[in-house]
Design a protein around this ligand. Structure first.
Ligand SMILES: Nc1ncnc2c1ncn2[C@@H]1O[C@H](COP(=O)(O)OP(=O)(O)OP(=O)(O)O)[C@@H](O)[C@H]1O
Ligand SMILES: [Mg+2]
Length: 324
């Protein structure tokens, strides 16, 4: 069984953090993050979503593009936060949190006390990876290792703020790559959730992703052990793989069609947990939801009930696996 090393909590982050990651594009990361967050909030949890993808799909699934342009684009996105370090005047991460109104209105109907907040993204985030990469070097090996830790734990340090202890969980929607921004998310995370399609290339990709995660954790922990003790000491990290969630499955007779089953079996043989629940394919429902600003799981349309039931089962399994 493939497992990441167990570890104490990284830095002082005192809210469970889950990165939704797969460097294959278009596998349903954003759709899964939005639906998980919305259903957890419906159940009364206080959820913070963080959009770390320059494509900003999660942001535009919850905020209207006009609102984003007029109210957020200049200085209320995660881009501003990463850039503020370069300008030598870091802004607190909490200054970027907003409460999207479309979901908020829907959640009010639940009367459960849940909350769904968002730290939005920006198309300019694409350049931040290059800038962070330039901060990684150093005149000596010792300096380079120190810079590696300083840059990679930036998001963990940002979340290490009493403001965030009001949340029950932070869900990070990662971009489809394994660049530095993605790595900052993993370093800040207690858990990693991997959405995947059931096909040949996706199965290969999961194996490669697991190796990359392992490599990141082992490099980080080696360099962290060289940091001086005291205030700036960096505890080791060890995010746990919650499992693979199969997305966009074609279901027939209550189970994935036979063409997909070998890939599901092959993924299980990698030794990674595979969720019992899944997201089935439904282009109409899932493609339209972002335009309405309300994830499918909160859809009041009775025609969507079987999809909503499946999403609810998925969220229950997530809660159990993450120990929420
Ligand atoms: N279960 C589903 N059935 C049908 N279409 C889906 C489903 N889930 C997501 N989609 C659609 O597939 C596309 C990709 O989904 P999504 O944006 O969630 O993937 P992603 O992994 O976040 O992509 P990226 O790598 O670009 O960030 C979107 O158009 C979305 O509406
Ligand atoms: Mg996405």
């Amino acid at each position: 069984m493939w497992r990441m090393p167990a570890r104490p909590k990284p830095t002082g982050v005192n809210v469970p953090v889950v990165s939704v990651i797969n460097y294959k594009g278009g596998v349903g990361k954003t759709t899964l993050t939005a639906n998980l967050g919305a259903e957890l909030a419906w159940r009364g949890r206080r959820v913070l979503l963080m959009d770390l993808d320059a494509q900003s799909s999660l942001t535009f699934s919850l905020v209207k593009p006009d609102d984003w342009r007029t109210r957020l684009a200049t200085d209320k996105t995660i881009l501003k936060w990463y850039e503020s370090f370069r300008q030598g005047d870091p802004v607190p991460l909490k200054d970027l949190v907003l409460t999207p109104s479309s979901v908020g209105t829907r959640l009010a109907l639940a009367k459960s006390g849940g909350q769904l907040d968002l730290i939005p993204s920006h198309l300019g985030l694409i350049n931040v990876d290059l800038e962070l990469a330039t901060e990684l070097g150093g005149a000596s090996m010792k300096q380079a290792k120190h810079n590696y830790i300083r840059v990679h734990r930036r998001l963990a340090d940002g979340l290490d703020d009493p403001h965030f202890s009001q949340y029950d969980v932070v869900l990070i929607d990662c971009p489809p790559n394994f660049n530095v921004v993605t790595k900052t998310a993993i370093v800040a995370s207690d858990h990693v959730l991997i959405p995947a399609k059931a096909d040949y290339l996706s199965t290969l990709g999961i194996d490669y992703l697991l190796r990359s995660l392992n490599e990141l954790v082992s490099d980080y922990n080696e360099f962290a052990s060289l940091e001086s003790p005291g205030e700036t000491a960096s505890p080791p990290i060890g995010p746990q793989i919650l499992g693979v969630v199969f997305t966009m499955l074609q279901i027939y007779g209550g189970r994935p069609i036979s063409a997909l089953r070998p890939y599901i079996a092959q993924t299980k043989r990698l030794g990674v947990t595979v969720f019992d629940s899944h997201m089935r394919e439904n282009k109409t429902l899932f493609s339209d939801a972002p335009a309405y600003g309300v994830p499918v799981v909160l859809d009041g349309n009775s025609g969507a009930q079987h999809i909503v039931d499946e999403l609810e089962a998925l969220v229950t399994e997530f809660e159990n696996r993450a120990g929420l």
